[in-house]
Design a protein around this ligand. Sequence first.
Ligand code: AMP
Ligand code: MG
Length: 421
Amino acid sequence: MADAPAHVHDHDNPEGLVPVEEARERVLSKIEPLAPLELPLAEAYGCVLAREVVAREDIPGFASSAMDGFAVRSSDIRDATPAIPVELKIVGRALIGHRPEGTVGGGEAIRIATGAPIPAGADTIVPIENCAVEGEIVRILASSPAGKHVRPVGEDVRAGETLIRSGQRLSAAELGLLATAGVPVPLVHPRPRVVVLSTGDELIPPTQTPEFGQIRDSNAYMLFGSLREAGAVPVLAGAVKDDVEALKETVLSHLIRADAFVSSGGVSVGERDVVKAAFFRRGDLDFYRVAMQPGMPQAFGHIEGKPYFGLPGNPVSVFVSFEVFIRPALMKMMGRKQLLRPEINAKIDADVSGPKGKLQFARVRVRRGPEGWVASPTGGRGSNLISTVARANGLAMIPVGVETAEAGTEVRVMLFRSSED
Ligand code: AMP
Ligand code: MG
């Protein structure tokens, strides 16, 4: 690339291979969490809270009964027993969702339902099984101390308490808590909308039958799934011909609705490598070769302020590159603290060979054996072999410097789905 402009950084020589960790750090250092937005609860689900939520009110906001029975004064019934019951006059009812009728004075009782507010004057509930009703009179057969079967104000949360800390991801229980506390639009980091593009004259949609030499666009749908699993919102922009102007136009036409772009294909050094040609004057795309297999070369930068990830065309490279670079970047955009997939140690049950100078991501199926995790390679190394990914649940990482990891060795495996899925 002797004619590349000064701001295009090329790393095409063997010495210029960037280690995976370093490439990921470079990417992450240029990614910021998305600006927080107030979103309705249903949309905020799964998002990270951007500002702590403080309870404005006590929860619950009123004292209520935990039993069906009678609300009474504990002092009136201190000596009640089945043999010598205490007789009280029924002066009203306390229904759920309503202000109680009247108050409980000395010698009085109010019939109450579970969840109904405690009437003024009463300090305890006598469950219905300890009561015998006769007309306007209730006989109390057992004592009940003050506070018994009463759910007090603020028992769950006190006004002024921190309900949920900033940085907490909102899952089921948090949504329930926010709804209870009357916080219907929490401030969260939104889900990034990611525009997905495929490049290549050979591509057709999966609905069509290929002519000789044509290929169905699998990357777009794979990326759709990977993005959804990451919590992002994919926007499928379709396949673009290997035409610089067409690619530019498509990308720019989607700028308004994009928080980021992912394209596949067209980043290697052939005459059809449109990503480079389209964008080396716009934004600040970095093209580099990462010391990984599969997955090189890669492009990353910003176009009009939006992160742009240019992936290679081969489906396995796309899948692995997404896992290694894009997913962590999206996690950072969403304000997540845990950016990387979980990893385990597993024993491989077959030899795995790869290029010595690169970190190899080998597709494996891991399962728990009697002596710990076992990883079985799911097929060949070729980065076009998409079925090897579909059979896998993890990527075994064969480190730089190792040409063949022999059967029985322990390797680190990044899990991209649970071993049952
Ligand atoms: P490229 O990086 O554009 O040279 O593409 C490398 C290989 O990946 C070629 O064999 C392409 O046909 C294939 N490829 C590119 N894009 C896709 C896609 N969206 N779906 C499936 N295969 C693709
Ligand atoms: Mg291509």
